[in-house]
Every structure is written in C-alpha cells, then in structure tokens.
Design a protein. Structure first.
Length: 111
C-alpha cells in the first residue's frame, strides 16, 4: 500500500481516507500548510494540500471517519457565530448527506 496521501485514497469534500496498510486507513484533510520549521524548510507554507491527521480507521469504521469530518465542518461553520440547536442539527444533517454522497460516489468509481 502507498502511504502518499496526495495521490490516492477515497475523497469526500476536503477529506480523504488513505490506505496505509492492508487493514488500516488514515484520515487526511485538505487545507493550507501551517507555518512550521519543517514546512518552511520544505517551502510548503501556505500551500493547499492533503495533510495527515493521525486518525486511523478500518473498513468497518468508515462511518466514524465521516462523523468526525462532519463534526469538524460544523464546528468550523459555527465558529464565531451563534446557532440555534435546530439550525445546527439541520446543518449537520446537510454536511453528513453531502459527505456521504461523496464517499459513495468515490467507492463506486473504485469498485
């Protein structure tokens, strides 16, 4: 299995599950590279690319990866604002529906 998160995996929105070995997948997120000494040395600061999150899943826990991604997206949308619970739940359902659709489409293309 390739461990390159830039070129393979199952993409859903700005999220990607990348196979790391025969049994495990790692969740990655597409965002700008933070300013760190390593990124400065590599010249990648600010580049939008896939970044490893250190969150690992197996085929039977893909739903947990999707839930984590949806939770992170909802937190990002709610940051700095006030949302009524009903609106937040509706937004969460919308996020999950979009991510789920992306996952199913990606799996169908691979199959």
């Amino acid at each position: 299995m390739s461990k390159d998160c830039q070129t393979n995996g199952i993409v859903f929105g700005d999220w990607k599950l990348v196979p790391v070995d025969a049994r495990n997948w790692e969740l990655c997120h597409r965002h700008a590279v933070s300013d760190t000494p390593t990124a400065r040395k590599a010249g990648t600061v600010g580049n939008v690319q896939w970044n490893r999150l250190g969150r690992f899943y197996q085929f039977n826990t893909f739903d947990l990866a999707l839930q984590y991604a949806a939770d992170e997206e909802l937190k990002a949308k709610a940051h700095g604002t006030v949302m009524e619970l009903q609106d937040a739940i509706g937004e969460y359902r919308t996020i999950v529906a979009v991510l789920k659709s992306d996952v199913l489409a990606a799996v169908a293309r691979r199959g």
